[in-house]
Design a protein around this ligand. Structure first.
Ligand code: GUN
Ligand code: ZN
Length: 426
């Protein structure tokens, strides 16, 4: 294994889902051997160094070698309007989001933002994203092309809308089906890319469009389907008026073939019991977007749902106010506190890696440091600023150190990033 790389440092490991009794641990003097784009071995650093003298060594000392972060729900086209002031969901979409998304019919603009977005997320230690694009096929091409050139695992789809959106940002039921299908056939399963069928949410689709996308999903059940569910109370009232025959918000999806085990439902804050039961019955996934849920004023996600449903963690850029999964974990912790359920640092790290990967059904490929997994890694400096370093110096165990970086860390804490076995940052 002469072309192998050996990373030495403290290594974050998971022995299972913490919401099902599993635990996270940190191996204090560990090693991770990378070869052929995969993790070839994990174990004691000195033993791996002795067994693989030809491997290039990267000694990160007290650095924490983690799985690369997996952002389970983002809108890359909203990169340039992140942190826009003063609006709640519907006004925020109309005022800031839709005008910006109009620009993505221009392939040059779409490419420039896609590259910038992947630069920003990589600098924050994120190695996989599941992103919405815009209605323009060009916006999907731009993100997939950028990800492919970087060898990055990315999931994305054309965001379909055929009503309640401005002229120039609407397709129709047939063109949404045709364009989504063409993009799916071109990109799904190509290298590390996955196509995700993406109706934006029930208010911006006619029942005909939801049915057309439901039909496409039935033809391609291997694909994920991502959408938004019960994010704000006003939105739910709007859905009720637009779909008077539906039992509840989830039913607007189910009635059109858009509820299933490969469904990924963003936000899911204000759920009714029937909706929770149905999501559980079908084995769907939810995504917690904590910085967005406070920034746009949506509400407090119930992490107790993770005991019975797969739950991912996400920035929801640019409704979310950060590109950083560290900041996102901090917000998840704060929301847990407001609900009286503080999340352990190991659980937060699991949500940002293996948990999100499981929600996206790629948990057998990324999100954990185990032999055979794809070599996407992020190395954290747990003393990256004076404020964090002085707190870490008082830590009584490694989790106190990790927690200081979760709560106060940013891209300065990201010491190195490896994607597909290649070092891409630091
Ligand atoms: N609901 C429908 N579209 C969006 C969006 O772009 N961001 C968020 N946060 N919620 C949505
Ligand atoms: Zn979203």
């Amino acid at each position: 294994m002469d072309d192998a790389d050996l990373l030495l440092g403290r290594v974050l490991r998971f022995d299972g889902d913490p919401f099902a009794g599993g635990a996270a641990r940190v191996d204090p003097a560990g090693g991770v051997l990378l070869a052929g784009g995969r993790i070839a071995a994990v174990g004691d650093g000195a033993a791996l160094a002795a067994a693989h003298p030809g491997a290039a060594r990267h000694d990160y000392g007290a650095g924490l070698i983690c799985p690369g972060f997996v952002d389970a729900h983002a809108h890359y086209p909203q990169t340039a309007i992140i942190a826009s002031w003063g609006k709640r969901l519907i006004d925020w979409l109309n005022t800031y989001t839709f005008p910006e998304e109009m620009r993505f019919g221009d392939p040059a603009y779409a490419s420039a933002v896609a590259e910038r977005y992947l630069d920003l997320t990589t600098a924050n230690g994120t190695t996989t994203v599941a992103s919405y694009c815009t209605i323009h096929p060009e916006s999907v091409e731009a993100l997939f092309a950028a990800a492919e050139a970087r060898g990055q695992r990315v999931l994305a789809g054309k965001t379909c809308m055929d009503r309640n959106a401005p002229e120039g940002l609407r397709d129709d039921a047939q063109s949404a089906y045709d364009q989504s299908k063409a993009l799916l056939e071109r990109w799904h399963g190509r290298g590390r890319l996955s196509y995700v069928i993406t109706p934006r949410f029930s208010p911006t689709s006619t029942p005909e469009q939801l049915s057309a996308l439901g039909a496409l999903w039935a033809e391609h059940p291997e694909c994920l389907m991502q959408t938004h569910l019960s994010e704000q109370v006003d939105e739910i009232a709007w859905v009720r008026s637009l779909y008077p025959g539906a039992r509840d918000y989830l039913d607007t999806y189910e009635a059109h073939g858009l509820l299933g085990a490969n469904g990924v439902y963003g936000h899911a804050i204000h759920l009714e019991e029937r909706e929770i039961d149905r999501l559980r019955e079908v084995g769907a996934a939810l995504v917690h977007c904590p910085t967005s849920n406070t920034f746009i004023g949506s509400g407090l996600f119930d992490m107790g749902l993770a005991a019975s449903l797969r739950v991912g963690l996400a920035t929801d850029t640019g409704g979310g106010s950060s590109f950083s999964m560290l900041r996102t974990m901090a917000a998840a912790y704060e929301i847990g506190q407001l609900r009286g359920t503080p999340l352990h640092p190991g659980t937060l790290m699991w949500l940002a890696t293996a948990g999100s990967a499981a929600a996206l059904r790629i948990g057998d490929r990324v999100g954990r440091i185990e032999g055979g997994m794809e070599a996407d890694l992020c190395v954290l400096d747990l003393a990256s600023t004076p404020a964090i370093a002085q707190r870490a110096a008082r830590a009584e165990d490694v989790w106190e150190e990790v927690f200081a970086t979760i709560m106060m860390g940013d891209d300065r804490a990201v010491r190195a990033v490896w994607i597909g076995g290649g070092r891409v940052a630091a």
